[in-house]
Design a protein around this ligand. Structure first.
Ligand SMILES: Nc1ncnc2c1ncn2[C@@H]1O[C@H](COP(=O)(O)OP(=O)(O)OP(=O)(O)O)[C@@H](O)[C@H]1O
Ligand SMILES: CC(C)(CO)[C@@H](O)C(=O)[O-]
Ligand code: BAL
Length: 305
């Protein structure tokens, strides 16, 4: 569905548009929201399509949030292409693209307010990117306050992010339903990510080690691997790509994100388990994951509102 979206850069104008929609639309009409950092790809498009199919109004935000980048991370070189993003939004039926400048979002910088979700951030990206999820929690809360959506759509590629946001929304009674959406992959298995553009041809070829190792995980679990053995098998498989620099390979419960203890072999687990990877190729850090027993995970993570 093609539609020319409204391009909005200020909080006040965005609020005005969404209120006008709510005033004129029927009572059951809902607002769907897809927060992103732009440089959109088919993973983002899948979230937009889902929102457009489930809501009367879909708002896409594009904002590279400085609060969630560490001092040595890629904030300044993060890929951007506003015109291409607006075309992708139009091709997917988005009604409003919200494109605030940093000064619009954070007129008083640095902020004096922080939101810190504990425990679910102890491992994986929470441990390897200190402060990252505080920055995500602040910007997502701020965006929720601006857009006031009924539903917000997030990709399971960032599974820990969904766990953090769902817990925050439940803890703080933020009135929004969090909708987790499946990981979209290239045909050869690489999870789509804006950062894939950083990879040179050799790194791109080697990066298949992430999805290849995850594809083997189910067989290793059926064969009786424990969590530690599975982590070792995955790491050995990833290291077959010689430039891989493993940040983490972790097996945790989902969505509480705690190391698996007392379940051996892992195939005896009845609750959802997340197998999560972060691997560097040169200057590019890639993440990927696989949910085991995902039906339980779906029930657990969809509980907000
Ligand atoms: N391959 C994918 N499949 C499904 N959803 C995705 C995929 N990649 C990103 N998303 C989701 O899109 C939303 C916005 O993510 P973001 O703009 O950071 O894109 P990204 O490709 O993950 O970027 P990055 O390379 O910075 O990790 C998040 O909810 C994220 O989980
Ligand atoms: C949710 C988000 C847009 C917040 O900046 C970001 O973390 C992302 O793109 O996943
Ligand atoms: N999708 C994750 C955003 C980040 O890496 O900062």
């Amino acid at each position: 569905m093609t539609r020319t979206p409204k391009i909005i850069r200020t909080i006040s104008e965005l609020r005005k548009e969404v209120s006008a929609y709510r005033r004129t639309a029927s009572e059951e009409a809902t607002v769907g929201f897809v927060p992103t950092m732009g440089y959109l790809h088919e993973g983002h498009a899948s979230l937009l399509k889902r929102s457009v199919s489930e809501n009367g109004l879909t708002v896409l935000s594009i904002f590279v949030n400085p609060l969630q980048f560490g001092p040595n991370e890629d904030l300044t070189r993060y890929p951007r292409d506003e015109q291409r993003d607006i075309s992708l939004a139009a091709n997917n039926g988005v009604d409003i693209v919200f494109l605030p400048a940093v000064e619009e979002m954070y007129p008083q910088y640095p902020l004096l307010t922080n939101i810190s979700v504990s425990s679910v951030t102890d491992h994986l990206c929470g441990a390897s990117r200190p402060g990252h999820f505080d920055g995500v929690a602040v910007v997502v809360t701020k965006l929720f306050n601006i857009v006031q959506p009924d539903r917000a759509y997030f990709g399971l590629k960032d599974a820990q992010q969904i766990a953090v946001i769902t817990r925050m929304v439940n803890d703080l009674s933020i009135p929004v339903e969090i909708v987790p959406c499946p990981i979209v992959r290239e045909q050869d298995g690489l999870a789509l990510s804006s950062r894939n553009v950083y990879l040179d041809a050799e790194e791109r070829a080697q990066s298949l080690a992430l999805s290849r190792s995850l594809a083997k995980a189910e067989a290793w679990i059926s064969e009786g691997a424990s969590a530690n053995e599975l982590a070792r098998l995955l790491s050995d498989e990833i290291r077959k790509s010689p430039s891989a620099d493993i940040d983490y390979v972790e097996i945790v419960s989902y969505p509480d994100m705690q190391p698996i203890e007392g379940i051996d072999p892992l195939r005896n687990a009845r609750n959802a388990i997340l197998i999560a990877l972060a691997v560097r190729y040169g200057r590019t850090r890639l993440i990927d994951n696989k949910l085991v027993n995902p039906i339980e995970a779906g029930e657990l993570v969809c509980s907000a509102k």
